[in-house]
Design a binder for this molecule. Structure first.
Ligand code: CDP
Ligand code: MG
Length: 679
């Protein structure tokens, strides 16, 4: 047990001066290693200053003097934006000037930008246009330990690029001790370049590990005596136990997703209201990826004096963002993990036990500024049984987008790509199969021209890319652009205040289309930009999320610009927007549904007598998500945008009715072989 005084009279400073960060001591040696070795692997505790300080060190040391820039990649959009804001603040510039960020559909950089934060996926896209990433003098791959799909692909690409660009410097930064794995990856020769056995002597010159001395305070780790029935309830209970029994300091609660977090935040607020002034004030705050940037920023604000901040977060707070003042951590022991089943074709996002590495990382969040405590909502035995690390995302994902991009980058033999850890063969073949059926690959598994190349360039997933690119032939490009933008938002456009669910439902009914969710989204968007004049008032009156709608407008215009590069133009003249006669509208709706089928045929399902759906493979029971218009409605065949498994049920989202015949007509290759699937 650590010995510490919980009633310490000192309050940690909100902003630690950069000179006091652990990394400050390593500045000279770090710059020396970057200068001397092509690849620098930096390991150091979260909060030691890697993300915010290294780019500034490099910039000041002259790495941008010849007009080149420093790129820093993050696996998460949230992290890319928040750290850019932070570094801009430290540098004293407006974000988008010397320090900027760029994430999909949102580029906040300018000619003045010298340090650019971005998602790793975005940098891969840049390689499509600039294969040697020649704008960059240094690329720092941050949070590499997370092993996101894009990080893994990016590392493979950078290893390749480095051979053609000896001047390029790479920094791989990791919060955990996986450094050796990265080191051997970068020091091992690839099959293409060197005969086996060669490169041994190169090992010393290619890469070097720099370890930032850790700075942690003791953390007491407490486990439950017996397993918790319901971890969200238990988390709330634990928060109040801490609040009533422990000294001050903010609490960070790790939960798995938005629904749990919203529930916990509400529960904490209600209980605190009931308790009245029995304890001090408590301020629960959510933190997850779907929040607006502003909402995310609240968690960094200091709570009013005498108020305890409780941040309920997904594993965003595990390593990517650092919140100061956390003294207590409550760890539910689970994390949402993406997994893809190549047999059913279903991508799931389910809560799985965390790894030991994650659990320690979470606990470590408590001891950053002073001694802390971590309450694990699981038993010691359960902890012992956890896996050391979760498998990299690349080994459990739908590889369709990855394969498409690798092919577009000129890597035809994707199986032989230099993966940090190669994905299972079934995932590869499933991806190739899907891309082939979408027409992106030919019989020789080469990217088709123009379709395959264009699909790779469009910043939407392959099925949506195919849908958009077929839209002109269905004469519905304008509508499909809107649908693509609305389904790319990654969250609901509908919103309601507490207790106004009914009102939201009736607002939504105003835009509802008999044919399903895609057309409903189209109606809502059209109303927003016409009668609603893109105003916030319209959104308030119709329970639409104004920020999301505004984003949809911007995404739509970016997708439109992409298509214009391929000489595909949309007729948006006022005449084309005249309200059509009802019969015409019906025909238009049918063209849109056919067009959706041309891209989403692999996501087809049929309603059963009991109201659930079966996918084409037959085995899986699917249900329309409660947020879908098709929830509790009758249909026969449908296509859906996405499928997710939550708990016991597998839900389909953004569902539209189609005709069985269209599947055979629009995807003969996919459906003819086993006609029985659709009978
Ligand atoms: O990357 P690493 O985890 O090593 O550290 P960092 O993100 O560079 O954080 C260095 C310091 O800046 C920490 O004390 C953070 O709390 C602080 N910081 C902050 O206050 N607000 C941010 N948005 C980012 C970092
Ligand atoms: Mg960092």
């Amino acid at each position: 047990m650590a010995d510490f005084n919980i009633d310490s009279a000192f309050i940690p400073a909100l902003h630690k001066p950069a000179a006091l960060l652990p990394i400050a001591k390593h500045r000279e040696s770090l710059l020396y290693v970057v200068e001397t070795y092509p690849v620098t692997i930096v390991i150091g505790q979260t909060g030691s200053g890697k993300t915010t300080q290294i780019p500034q060190f490099l910039e000041r040391a002259g790495w941008c003097s010849d007009g080149k820039i420093i790129g820093v990649t993050q696996p998460r959009r949230v992290a890319a934006t928040t750290v850019a804001l932070r570094v801009a603040e430290e540098v004293g510039c407006e974000v988008g000037k010397e320090v900027g960020y760029s994430i999909r559909f949102e580029d906040v950089t300018s000619a003045a930008t010298r340090v650019k934060f971005m998602t790793d996926g975005l940098l891969i896209r840049e390689a499509l246009v600039d294969p040697l990433l020649s704008r960059y003098s240094v690329i720092m791959v941050d949070e590499a330990h997370e092993r996101s799909t894009s990080t893994d692909i990016l590392l493979g690409l950078l290893k390749k690029i480095r051979r053609k660009r000896p001047d390029l410097r790479l920094i791989i930064s990791s919060a955990t001790l996986q450094a050796e794995e990265f080191l051997s990856f970068f020091t091992q020769p690839t099959e293409e370049t060197a005969p086996p056995g060669a490169g041994g002597e190169e090992k010393h010159e290619t890469a070097k590990i720099v370890s930032l001395e850790g700075r942690t305070y003791p953390i007491d780790i407490l486990h439950l005596e017996s397993p918790a029935e319901h971890y969200v309830e238990k988390a709330v209970e634990t928060v109040f136990d801490i609040h009533s029994q422990e000294g001050d300091g903010d609490i960070l609660v790790f939960l798995t997703g938005r629904e749990e977090i919203d529930h916990a935040v509400q529960e904490i607020a209600e209980r605190a209201a009931q308790a009245g002034s029995r304890y001090g004030a408590i301020q629960p705050l959510p933190l997850y990826a779907g929040l607006s940037t502003e909402q995310q920023m609240y968690v960094f604000d200091k709570a009013p004096k005498g108020t305890r901040k409780v941040i309920c977060s997904t594993n965003i707070a595990e390593a990517s963002v650092t919140i100061d003042g956390i003294v207590y951590v409550v760890d539910c022991g689970f994390v949402k993990l993406r997994a893809y089943n190549p047999t059913t074709g279903i991508e799931t996002l389910t809560a799985a036990p965390v790894s030991k590495a994650s659990a320690s990382q979470r606990a470590g969040r408590a001891g950053r500024t002073r001694p802390g405590k971590c309450f694990r909502l699981y038993t010691q035995q359960a902890f012992e049984a956890l896996p050391e690390a979760n498998p990299p995302e690349l080994q459990r994902s739908n590889l369709g987008p990855v394969v498409l991009q690798l092919k577009a980058l000129g890597i035809d033999n994707v199986v032989r790509f230099d993966f940090l850890s190669p994905p299972p063969a079934e995932l590869m073949s499933k991806a190739l199969e899907l891309l082939y059926s979408l027409g992106a690959l030919d019989d020789y598994a080469k990217l088709t021209r123009p379709l395959g190349f264009r699909m790779a360039e469009l910043a939407v997933e392959p099925m949506m890319a195919k849908t958009l690119l077929s839209a002109p032939s269905f004469d519905c490009l304008g509508e499909m652009l809107t649908i693509a933008a609305m389904t790319s938002l990654g969250g609901s456009v509908w919103f309601h205040h507490d207790g106004e669910q009914k009102q939201m439902e009736s607002s939504r009914r105003k835009f509802a289309a008999e044919e399903g969710d895609h057309l409903t989204l189209l109606n809502a968007y059209t109303a927003f930009v016409t009668t609603g004049r893109k105003e916030a008032r319209f959104c308030r009156e119709n329970n639409l999320n104004f920020k999301s709608m505004t984003r949809a407008v911007s995404i739509r215009s970016q997708l439109k610009r992409y298509l214009e590069r391929f000489n595909i133009f949309v007729d948006e003249s006022p005449a084309s927007r005249q309200p059509a006669a009802e019969a015409d509208q019906g025909r238009k709706a049918e063209r849109i549904r056919r067009c959706l089928t041309s891209g989403y045929f692999a996501h087809a399902a049929r309603m059963q007598a009991d109201g659930t759906y079966r996918n084409v493979e037959g085995g899986t029971v699917l249900q329309a998500h409660p947020s879908s218009l098709m929830f509790n409605r009758k249909a026969d065949w449908v296509i859906f945008h996405e499928v997710m498994e939550t708990g016991e049920k597998t839900f389909i989202r953004d569902v539209t009715k189609i005709e069985k015949g269209w599947l055979l007509e629009l995807a003969p290759g996919f459906y003819k072989v086993t006609d029985s699937r659709t009978s």
